[in-house]
Ligand binder design. Sequence first.
Ligand code: AP5
Length: 220
Amino acid sequence: MAIRLVVMGAPGAGKGTQCERLCRRFGVPQISTGDILREAKRNKTTLGVKAEEFMSKGLLVPDDVVIGIVEERLLSRDCANGFLLDGFPRTLDQAEALDRMLKQHSTRLDLVVSLDVAEDEVVKRISGRRTCSGCGEIHHVSFGPAVGTGRCDKCGGALVLRDDDREATVRERLRVYRDKTAPLLAFYEAKGQLVRVDGVGPVDEVSTRVLAAVERAARS
Ligand code: AP5
């Protein structure tokens, strides 16, 4: 099914977790600007070195850089039948640039899903997150047996705390979310494209809610 989605939410709201499931369900690629930037950092590319400056402080990477990445990625063949944007847009300029890109291809977003989770809960989630240094698979200390062994259950890579998951950086990321990204909720609401989903509860329950919202949008 061709579907074009954005998933928004505070840091740690569960975007990556839910996006992986949605992409499997709809057979569309997941475009996570955070993952793209982390890979560039790992490979020490020019982009990665520049991004590191901002990411390590919990700040947003400049709009022109991120918009360029998404613009190029959306031209790939695998996006012809839809895509899921995870963590983009994060500013009004990024949202307007996305609208322009889609207009050029005579298309538009089907839905913007906001995962709503209170700040106390996201801080708890992030402090328990462990990410695979090999494949990027997301784990959590409180569930998933692989965390106990310190190794990824998919590829066996070491599970590590993300560089920007230390408490002071998390607080800064939350401040940036409130300041720069939360205003996009009103932007998409005014366009009739936003659905807010309660992101609290077991992962499967949240997935059921998200899927129901997306399927409703896909049918309309
Ligand atoms: P990015 O990688 O996008 O990070 P983020 O938005 O801060 O989100 P997270 O990855 O921390 O969390 P998530 O919502 O995906 O939650 P997850 O599923 O992992 O961005 C990182 C940085 O890159 C930014 O700070 C910025 O510098 C830069 N950047 C990226 N995009 C940019 C852009 N567009 N413009 C400018 N700069 C950009 O879940 C978190 C934890 O909770 C996991 O351990 C998970 O297992 C657990 N969990 C998930 N769901 C549940 C549940 N229902 N109950 C309990 N635990 C749960």
